[in-house]
Design a binder for this molecule. Structure first.
Ligand code: PAF
Length: 286
């Protein structure tokens, strides 16, 4: 696996692969890679001949009180994981390489509507930071396809929308969330949890699963279900940020007639904010 630090080297390596008629896949990450990321790279390598991954902790998507400084940086272990998963080229730029004129004057990409609620409400500017860096990375790599995790459900919706709105010829693939045996979604932020917090953490997915089961069983009182779900999370030891039932494509509040639903949650354990979601097709009622 080749490792490059500059846009120039990246473009040269991708051009070389293109010259060999290879199709290019891309997996953007912020590093501290786990099995979930490996699954994204594996998916890309099943679909194309040349897989590019990026590792860049993007300052533009962190709020002033968020964990940019402490975000885990584990490049050596990440390289090994990428290699095992079938990555051909790693792009690991510096902040200066990505934002040579600083971030203040950087052209921004915003996806209104989809970016506004849920994580967008509690993390102002977050999705603009994500959309901007993903757009830049897409222009640098110019892949045929890109793979993202469904754990960041809203992010995936934002990226699908930007690719469609800006007419980018890139196929976006969403990969199912990889979970620990007890249901906890794998996340770089799980590393912040102490033993006690880690034992509480699976309650987030358990709660989502209970709500989904109740809806599948015909319960249409979404408000009551959400109140009950919030209470369950609190009882388990979480400080919920949001718990919502949404239509899975538009991310608008779900109505009882919607078929494609997603239940999304964000909640704090101590100072660690975890997110998770569960998308499902509602059985038509008889
Ligand atoms: O999901 C992430 O790790 C990041 O938001 C992404 C897509 C790499 C953009 O920085």
């Amino acid at each position: 696996m080749n490792i490059v630090r500059t846009v120039r080297e990246l473009r040269a390596a991708v051009a070389h692969a293109r010259g060999e008629d290879k199709r290019i896949g891309f997996v953007p990450t912020m590093g501290n890679l786990h099995e979930g990321h490996a699954a994204l790279v594996e998916k890309a390598s099943q679909r194309v001949d040349f897989v590019v991954a990026s590792i860049f902790v993007n300052p533009l998507q962190f709020g002033p009180k968020e964990d940019l400084a402490s975000y885990p940086r584990t490049l050596e272990a990440d390289k090994e994981r990428l290699l095992q998963a079938g990555c051909n080229l790693l792009f690991a730029p510096t902040v200066e390489e990505m934002y040579p004129h600083g971030m203040g004057g950087q052209t921004r990409v915003s996806v209104p509507g989809l970016s506004d609620g849920l994580c967008g409400a509690s993390r102002p500017g977050h999705f603009e930071g994500v959309a901007t860096v993903v757009c830049k990375l897409f222009n640098m790599v110019q892949p045929d396809l890109a793979v993202f995790g469904q754990k960041d459900f809203q992010q995936l919706a934002v990226i699908r929308s930007l690719v469609s709105d800006l007419n980018m010829p890139i196929q976006i693939i969403g990969e199912p969330t990889v979970r620990a045996a007890d249901g906890l979604a794998l996340s770089s932020r799980n590393g912040y949890l102490d033993v006690q917090q880690r034992s509480v953490a699976p309650a987030i997915y358990r709660t989502l699963s209970e709500l989904a089961a109740a809806i599948q069983a015909g319960n249409n009182d979404f408000q009551a279900l959400l109140t009950q779900g919030l209470a369950t999370l609190q009882k388990a030891g979480f400080r919920p940020d949001y718990l919502e039932i949404r239509e899975a494509n538009s991310l608008k509040p779900a109505s009882p007639t919607d078929q494609h639903l997603v239940i999304l949650a964000a909640a704090f354990i101590g100072t660690t904010r975890l997110i998770d979601n569960l998308a499902f097709e509602r059985q038509p009622t008889a």
